[in-house]
Design a protein around this ligand. Structure first.
Ligand SMILES: [Zn+2]
Length: 408
């Protein structure tokens, strides 16, 4: 044992002196010196176990250069891992391929026949026009992303997905993911596209429901899509935008709450890394990180939306999340001052903004605060540690009020 310890100590000494030498050595005529040896770091987002479930972090809406995004599929995979995600669905538009003409021009010599791949288009102009050809393989984004992930051994689930977009003001936009073949989903009639996604066992969500619309009420086209049960969830948060009324719709119609980035550029442009805010994402409460368990969680509505340190969800899951993340310790009872003192400790990466009357307490990640609670004037019973959580959003356009369990 002693010998092992000695060997370890010698090794540490040798290593540290080697590092010191590396820093202080003269350049010795070298042409290039590496000033920075650190590999890029992944942000670890620490979240509690909730009711026996692990919380996985997913983004089910991003774009690449294969539609109107500005980065490659492989960069989306790399970036997602750095950003702390466990799952990503790359959802390039079926109908909108902004960079295609540039690419085709560059590749013209390789495709002398100029044979188009698909005829389908819609979206931006709010017009449906099925005559503009799409030349590319719609599954290429996914194939490239997965090949890269496997080659680089990046531990992240990549999900085959697409965004279906015909008319923003009437039909709206939908993401389908856990698809088997995106090309088969490209059909002129959106109902047929959504039905095909269903046939493939995909999850379908209604994207940014307030975008380019004057009302949140369903259009006749949307009424039909919802009535035919072609939607599993709603993107209650898209990027930086929250659609509070959609929390109610999710609860009323038993749909799943999602929060996604809809990133077109690098995520760091919208969510600077190294700060206290992570990219918008969906927290998924699942047994494990297999496709089966994640789909099960999504279909059973075990999600919480996260955006800019706000948490959006059904009251039950928000309450469980808060109580799993925050430890409340009874410290002392002061009969003279008429209060009981508690210590609140936040064991997760998300802060909580706790309000009691006019007093606001910010409980930062991995820090503690002390709070006193006096007696109710009428009953003379000590008040429980109960707060309105200002950075949580739930049904009825409100922040929920929760009691934090003591000494659990
Ligand atoms: Zn999008």
């Amino acid at each position: 044992m002693k010998r092992i310890l000695l060997t370890v100590m010698v090794a540490i000494f040798a290593l540290s002196s080697a590092m010191a030498q590396a820093v202080h050595q003269p350049t010795m005529g070298k042409t290039e010196i590496k000033l920075y040896h650190q590999p890029p770091h992944r942000t670890e987002i620490i979240l509690p176990q909730v009711k026996g479930y692990t919380i996985y972090k997913g983004d089910f809406h991003v774009h690449t250069i294969y539609s109107d995004g500005e980065v490659t599929p492989r960069e989306r995979v790399r970036e997602a891992w750095y950003d702390g995600l466990d799952i990503i669905a790359i959802t390039d538009h079926l109908e909108l391929r902004s960079y295609e003409q540039y690419m085709l021009r560059a590749h013209a010599p390789y495709n002398p026949d100029g044979k188009p791949y698909q005829y389908i288009r819609g979206g931006a102009g709010n017009k449906t026009d099925h005559t503009t050809p799409i030349y590319c393989d719609l599954d290429a984004t996914y194939d490239e992303a997965v090949a890269f992930r496997d080659k680089e051994e990046i531990p992240i689930m990549v999900v085959r997905g697409t965004e279906i977009w015909r008319n923003a003001r009437t039909i709206g936009e939908y993401n389908a993911f856990f698809l088997k073949d995106i090309t088969d989903v490209a059909k002129p009639d959106i109902i047929e596209s959504l039905k095909e996604a269903r046939r493939q066992g995909a999850i379908v969500i209604h994207n940014h429901p307030g975008w380019r619309r004057k009302t949140m009420d369903k259009s006749p086209e949307q009424e039909q899509i919802y009535a035919e049960k072609l939607v599993d969830g709603i993107e209650v948060v898209n990027g930086l935008n929250l659609y509070p009324k959609m929390i109610d719709r999710c609860v009323d119609e038993k749909l799943t709450i999602f929060a996604n980035t809809d990133c077109h550029r690098t995520s760091a442009q919208y969510y600077p890394r190294g700060g206290e805010i992570f990219r918008t994402m969906t927290f998924i409460l699942a047994k494990d990180c297999t496709e089966k368990a994640i789909k099960d969680a999504l279909l059973k509505r075990r999600t919480i939306g996260y955006s800019h340190n706000h948490l959006i969800g059904e009251e039950m899951w928000l309450k469980e999340f808060l109580n799993a993340a925050v430890e409340c310790k009874f410290l002392a009872e002061n009969e003279k001052k008429g209060h009981r003192a508690y210590q609140l400790t936040n064991h997760c990466s998300v802060p909580f903004i706790l309000r009691r009357g006019k007093a606001i307490y910010t409980l930062n990640p991995f820090q503690s605060i002390r709070v006193n609670f006096g007696k109710n004037k009428e009953t003379q019973v000590y008040r429980k540690p109960e707060f309105v959580v200002d950075n949580m959003w739930t049904v009825g356009d409100k922040h929920p009020k929760f009691t934090i369990e003591i000494d659990k």
